[in-house]
Design a protein around this ligand. Structure first.
Ligand code: ZN
Length: 318
């Protein structure tokens, strides 16, 4: 798909500068010369400034006093370094933080003016520029991994961060651990001029999406597409082809968007997986995007399902 990387969190061409990860002296030199900026994440939330942009701050800013881990993200075209730091040990500003799918609350930090707010990436992802979107999706995934992988999975000892946040090492047994990326297939299954969409139990009213599921160990992408569609909707899929992918840091997935040709059209929903699945015609998908479909709401902005559906409708999957 020629426009594959126009998806939200698609690449911005960031130089991830892996050569600098083991080179602490080079990164320290960037910081000393002022060519280094960092942004804090708090429980996965990003810091937005008064202009609605990601706040990139000097690395010695007081907001970083509660830093528990850091990841070096790369270099700008001008050679400036970027890093992100987890400050989740900061107790917060007293506002309750909602656990679960989405926390609409915003927090302000005493070391910053009130215009600076911590916000969920889900709510901000479609307003970020391409570079900030790539930096923040990387930062959220890696810092989230540090928080959930503090102990060695081989022996249980506390592990330490290495390679500027791109590795953890166990001082007890010597095992090395690397940030996870969990592959998920998401499929645009079509039969003629119809596309298959479904909804899971508990989703908001009217929300439908493309079927999706985790790739299992020992499975190809194509096999995962066919298995998930058969399990969830009872549809046999023949040819499968890759379309586009999307880093999805909730917490650490890679969405692999595929097209699949359905070989039959009789839907048999597995109620343990889906509440409903339907075929939509092209004109119905058009009415969904116009917001006038009687039952199906427009897909969430920023997610690859909406990107694939919109480009299928516009005949831009080539
Ligand atoms: Zn160990």
């Amino acid at each position: 798909m020629r426009i594959a990387e126009e998806v939200t969190f698609g690449t911005s061409g960031l130089d991830r500068a892996g050569r600098l990860r083991p080179d602490e002296a080079a990164r320290a030199l960037l910081a000393r010369t002022g060519a280094f900026r960092a942004t804090p994440l708090w429980h996965g939330k990003l810091l937005i400034d008064g202009d609605g942009q990601v706040a990139w701050l000097p690395p010695d800013h007081a907001v970083f006093a509660d830093t528990s881990s850091e990841v070096f993200l790369g270099l700008s075209e001008a050679g400036e370094g970027y890093a992100a730091r987890d400050i989740s040990d900061w107790p917060g500003d007293g506002q309750t933080r909602a656990e679960g799918f989405f926390d609409a609350g915003e927090q302000s930090h005493p070391a910053l003016g009130g215009a600076f707010r911590f916000r969920e990436l889900r709510g901000a992802m479609t307003i970020l520029g391409r570079r900030d979107a790539e930096l923040l999706s990387t930062a959220k995934a890696v810092l989230g991994w540090h928080r959930s992988h503090r102990f060695c999975s081989a022996c249980g000892s506390a592990s330490v961060s290495l390679e500027a946040g791109w590795q953890r090492k166990c001082p007890s047994c010597g095992a090395s651990h690397f940030p996870r990326t969990d592959p998920v297939v998401i499929m645009l299954v079509t039969r003629g001029d119809n596309v298959l969409v479904g909804r899971s139990p508990g989703w908001p009213d009217g929300m439908y999406s493309l079927l999706a599921g985790f790739v299992e160990p020992g499975e190809t992408i194509e096999a995962a597409v066919r298995r998930e569609v058969m399990e969830e909707a009872g549809i046999t899929v023949g040819a499968v082809r890759y379309l586009s992918s999307q880093p999805w840091p909730y917490p650490s997935s890679l969405m692999i968007g595929c097209a699949g040709d359905a070989l039959d059209d009789a839907i048999r929903v597995d109620p343990a997986e889906l509440e409903d699945a339907v075929w939509l015609t092209r004109s119905e998908v058009a009415s969904v995007f116009q917001g006038i479909h009687p039952h199906v709401r427009a897909p969430r902005r920023g997610a690859i399902a909406g990107f694939l559906l919109a480009n299928w409708l516009a005949d831009r999957l080539d």
